[in-house]
Structures are given as structure tokens and as C-alpha cells.
Design a protein around this ligand. Structure first.
Ligand SMILES: *Cc1c(COP(=O)(O)O)cnc(C)c1O
Length: 345
């Protein structure tokens, strides 16, 4: 059976170009700063984001964690969305490992945080009862909010607000390149106000592992220290970083194909009775839809689809997520729509 896997953009297999680059990578001990391939990847990412320096980490989760560990201390407060990956899916690492206190602001359906609500959440530094507000974290694109990209204008406004309150800005840019492609802006424009950014190489960009954190040289020095304490100091990591270089150099523009396929899938699903597709300001590779038919749960529909070789994730009792990726073609989208129509009958 031909399997069409829409569970995540993390299911992507490395491309032949990646496997070649990995086989041929020049390597050294990266904890000694001697792996030329890792350095090249870090410089490449920092360059794309117009930041001074980069740091290669094994995962996006570690990218977020070391960014926070480098910039916040025990009892410092991190203002973060209630739907943010950083809050929702990272075991509360900022608290468990870093002694930070999350201050939750509700995410709007488009993934943004209301600026007035952020301002309200900032603590009076002179009141001895309060933790100290230290950092605002936003996510772009926003995974749980339908892969919604946050605009350059919004990113500037949240950056300005952070500066006005003497706070730092962290961007969880696991899918920042999807945002830049969907909005047709340079990724650096989206993070111009950010003190730290984490981007994933292993989502739609297709690398087997890895993420890169970017920011100032001083920040990266601290983040490098934090990476070591959480066990992220890797040795001949150029073997995997090589695939990351290919991901950045060859796989960014083609994200537009995933977005186009997501748009046709969204339109096709929206036309099926019993389903409701969630809207976003601009479609990226992720889409969420709801099962509105009585007596059919998201889990049941997902099981039926799996029987015909189409894999998706149930994200709640009536909510399903589908994520496009480069293994899924426009023809596959048609197959998925046919399978869904059948599964609904
Ligand atoms: C996937 C993801 C991460 C974490 O990346 P891992 O490499 O899976 O640890 C962080 N933030 C967002 C928004 C993500 O989608």
C-alpha cells in the first residue's frame, strides 16, 4: 500500500544530496570548536537571519531551552503563549531545568499574543511580591494555531514592546522559513527585533536532525555553555550538520510547494460535508480541520484513513492535523481527498 504520511513534516527522509554531503563531510571535535562543517552551518544560518553568530543543537526543544537558559535566571518570568510549543510540549523545561516561571498569555487563533495583554502581564519590578519579567517568547509559524505565520509588522511591534519594558525577545522559529516563504519576506526581517531565534532543520527542510540558535556573539557564548550542561555538546557533528547545510541551501524555496499542496488539501477538505477547515491569514505546511459530523470522532476518522494508507494526527476529540512535506505530491493530495470522502461515508 502507498502510504501518504501527513502526521508531521518531521517524517521526511534525508534527500540524496544530504546523504552525499553527510558521507563526505569534513569533521572535527565540535566541543573544541574544530568541526568546520558545523561552523559553516552556524555561519550560514546566522547570515540568513542577519545575526552575529549561530549554535548547532540537536533539536528545536534544546534550541529553545538553551536560548532561555542563556538569558534568564531562577525566578525570572517568561511571557509565553498558552498554545506555544515552548509551554505546551517541552515538559516545562524552562521551570524544571532553569527555575524560570512561565507567565501565560492566551494565543489568538492566528498565533499572535495581544500586545495589550502582554503589556498587562509585565510585572512591576519594584513590587517585592512578583517574579521579574525577563523575556517574551513568540512562535513563528505557530504550530498549534494552524501553522499561522506572524507578520513582519507584528514581529516589529512585539519587539518594540519588549524594548519599552526592558525585556528580551525570543522567537521559536522552528518553521521560520515557512513563514518567510508564505509571506514572501526575508527570514531576517521576521527576526530583526529578536535577541534569540531557534530554527529547526528537521521539519519541512528535511534534515534528519538538528536546529540552529542565532543571536549576538555574547548570547551565543552563553548558549554554548548552556548546551554543554544539558548534554548537547556533540563531537564530530559535522556528519549531521552537513545535511543541515543542504537543507538551508536547497530546500527553503521548495517549501512553497508544501504550502500550495496544503492550500489544495484545505480547499478539498472544506468542500466535504462533515468537516470544517480552520482558517489562517496565510497557509503554510500545516492545516487543522474539525469533524463536525455527530457520532464521528477525530480518532475514528484518523483510524479509517490509516486503513487506506493516509496518516494524520488527532489533536483533540474533534480536531485533526495534517502536515504537508516533500514526500507528498499534488497527486497524493487528490488521493487523500478521495480517501477522506470514502472514510466519511
Ligand atoms: C517541532 C517544534 C519544536 C521542537 O523541535 P524538536 O526538534 O522536535 O525538539 C519547537 N517549536 C516548534 C514550534 C515546533 O514545531
Amino acid at each position: 500500500m502507498h502510504i501518504i504520511d501527513l502526521r508531521s513534516d518531521t517524517v521526511t527522509q534525508p534527500t540524496p544530496a544530504m546523504r552525499r554531503a553527510m558521507a563526505e563531510a569534513e569533521v572535527g571535535d565540535d566541543v573544541f570548536g574544530e568541526d568546520p562543517t558545523v561552523r559553516r552551518l552556524e555561519e550560514l544560518c546566522a547570515g540568513r537571519l542577519c545575526k552575529e553568530a549561530g549554535l548547532y543543537v540537536p533539536t528545536g526543544t534544546m534550541g529553545n531551552l538553551v536560548s532561555l537558559l542563556a538569558q534568564c535566571g531562577r525566578g525570572d518570568e517568561v511571557i509565553v503563549g498558552d498554545q506555544a510549543h515552548l509551554y505546551y510540549y517541552e515538559q516545562g523545561g524552562m521551570s524544571a531545568l532553569g527555575g524560570m516561571h512561565p507567565r501565560i498569555v492566551r494565543n489568538r487563533p492566528d498565533g499572535t499574543l495581544d500586545l495589550a495583554e502582554i503589556a498587562d502581564a509585565v510585572r512591576d519590578p519594584n513590587n517585592v511580591h512578583y517574579p521579574r519579567s525577563r523575556l517574551i517568547a513568540v512562535e513563528n509559524t505557530h504550530n498549534r494555531c494552524g501553522g499561522s505565520p506572524l507578520s513582519v509588522d507584528y514581529m516589529h511591534r512585539v519587539g518594540k514592546l519588549a524594548r519599552e519594558h526592558g525585556l528580551l525577545l525570543h522567537v521559536d522559529g522552528a518553521r521560520l522559513f515557512n513563514a518567510s516563504v508564505a509571506l514572501d519576506v526575508r527570514p531576517s526581517e521576521l527576526v530583526a527585533d529578536a535577541d534569540s531565534v531557534s530554527v529547526c532543520l528537521s521539519k519541512g527542510l528535511g534534515a534528519p536532525v538538528g536546529a540552529v540558535v542565532c543571536g549576538s556573539k555574547a548570547f551565543i557564548t552563553e548558549a554554548r555553555r548552556a548546551r554543554k550542561v544539558v548534554g548537547g555538546g556533540m563531537r564530530q557533528a559535522g556528519v549531521i550538520a552537513a545535511a543541515g547545510i543542504v537543507a538551508i541551501e536547497q530546500n527553503v524555496e521548495r517549501l512553497a510547494e508544501d504550502h500550495a499542496n496544503a492550500r489544495s488539501l484545505a480547499a478539498g477538505l472544506a468542500a466535504l460535508p462533515g468537516l470544517q477547515v480552520e482558517d489562517v491569514p496565510a497557509r503554510t505546511d500545516i492545516l487543522f480541520f474539525r469533524v463536525t459530523r455527530p457520532n464521528l470522532t477525530a480518532a475514528q476518522l484518523v483510524t479509517r484513513l490509516a486503513e487506506s494508507g493516509v496518516r494524520m494526527f488527532a489533536f483533540g476529540p474533534d480536531r485533526i492535523r495534517a502536515v504537508l512535506n516533500y514526500h507528498v505530491t499534488a497527486d497524493d493530495v487528490e488521493t487523500v481527498l478521495t480517501a477522506t470522502r470514502t472514510a466519511l461515508q
